[in-house]
Write a protein that binds this ligand. Structure first.
Ligand code: ZN
Length: 114
């Protein structure tokens, strides 16, 4: 993956991380943050859009996923499948920037989980 593409994903992941942190903060101090609702709605919207079907409403879990993807960028391992090492299709990363496995391995993992 070229540097520009990696940078683009990094920016997206960092934005996503900030938005998740915002929601976590808000949830933990919910009583005093009534006036921040609009901002939280916006954050939720973006997170839902970015996390798509993996949206679990478990924000800490989501945060870990995003943080790990950012770590992979720092380690120059971003875009490589954590299982077989193959390059994850760019199309898949566009939808799921924090994807850990290539499509083939993801299917195997999901089959095992069933
Ligand atoms: Zn793989």
């Amino acid at each position: 993956m070229n540097e520009e593409t990696t940078r683009k994903f990094k920016k997206r992941l960092e934005t996503l991380r900030d938005e998740i942190l915002k929601v976590i903060d808000w949830k933990e101090s919910a009583s005093e943050a009534g006036e921040a609702m609009d901002e939280i709605d916006q954050a939720n919207e973006l997170i839902e859009k970015e996390m798509g079907f993996v949206m679990s409403f478990n924000m800490r879990n989501n945060l870990n996923e995003v943080q790990e993807a950012l770590d992979r960028i720092s380690n120059k391992k971003f875009g490589a499948c954590a299982n077989c090492g193959a390059e994850i299709a760019l199309k898949r990363l566009e939808i799921l920037p924090f994807a850990r496995f290539c499509t083939t391995c993801q299917e195997k993992v999901e089959a095992r989980a069933r």
